[in-house]
Design a protein around this ligand. Structure first.
Ligand code: 5GP
Ligand code: ZN
Length: 111
């Protein structure tokens, strides 16, 4: 997808601090962390919104969450973590390539 910043990170065209990669997803550090640990889990396939989920993409999203759970200790998230997906402008979605925010490394407030 042209002009998609996360597609460019997936393609290695712009740098990111990757902490995990497999054939269908990458996890890298958010450039503006909102918690002590703030990572983004991004599918390699470009699609923009949760509202575009189909059966295959829902299964991919489940594998993303399963992967995060499996490697949580390596990511420094052994004490717990929060997953966030912002859907659409009103929720604050600024990058239109689906991504899961992974927040942790400290006690998180709930506002
Ligand atoms: P959204 O607001 O769409 O849910 O989240 C987008 C996230 O991507 C933001 O937390 C923002 O800091 C992060 N971000 C935007 N551009 C870049 C970038 O070029 N590199 C990295 N590592 N993170 C980015
Ligand atoms: Zn993209």
């Amino acid at each position: 997808m042209e002009n998609c910043i996360f597609c460019k990170i997936v393609a290695g065209e712009i740098p990111a601090h990757k902490v995990y990669e497999n054939d269908e997803m990458i996890i890298f550090k958010d450039i503006e962390p909102k918690a002590k640990i703030h990572l983004l889990c991004v599918p390699k396939e470009h699609f923009a919104y949760l509202t575009e989920l189909n059966e295959d993409r829902a299964a991919l999203l489940a594998r993303m969450m399963e992967t995060i759970a499996r490697i949580k200790d390596e990511l420094g998230l052994e004490d717990g973590y929060r997953l966030v997906i912002n859907q659409g402008e009103a929720a604050g979605q600024t990058v239109h390539h689906l991504h899961i925010h992974i927040l942790g490394g400290e006690k998180l407030d709930w506002e």
